[in-house]
Design a protein. Structure first.
Ligand code: 5GP
Length: 116
């Protein structure tokens, strides 16, 4: 059984978060420590710890994460200029919270993809 994270509490609204969107499959909220002018996290409501745990049964929620990313980028006014979607996996990927999340970052030029 996967261990719940703080994100499960955000989904259930047990702790505060700036929730921008929620439906039966996904929740989106502002990152508490934004790395860019726009920094939103989009997560499945079901607990999937890492991309390594993704199964075919998750495909609907994973697809919804992208349609919500598109909608929120448009609402944030950053769609035309562009943005970046990032999902980190495990230690080398820099994952800190073990409930998969799509970072939607933009609102400024983001520079090169990787700094190692
Ligand atoms: P990761 O490094 O796992 O890809 O990203 C985790 C992200 O979650 C970080 O950008 C971090 O700022 C954000 N985060 C961690 N805890 C909280 C929280 O309690 N609330 C919100 N809104 N964001 C959080």
């Amino acid at each position: 059984m996967a261990q719940e994270t703080i994100f499960s509490k955000i989904i259930r609204k047990e702790i505060p978060a700036d929730i921008l969107y929620q439906d039966d499959l996904v929740t989106a909220f502002r990152d508490i420590q934004p790395k860019a002018n726009t920094h939103i996290l989009i997560i499945p409501n079901v607990l999937i710890p890492t991309v390594n745990d993704v199964e075919a049964e998750h495909e609907l929620a994973l697809g919804r994460m992208f349609t919500v990313a598109r909608k929120l980028a448009s609402e944030a006014g950053i769609a035309e200029d562009g943005y970046r979607l990032i999902m980190n996996c495990n230690r080398h990927g820099g994952q800190e919270v073990y409930h998969i999340h799509l970072h939607l970052v933009g609102g400024q030029p983001l520079g090169p993809l990787l700094s190692l």
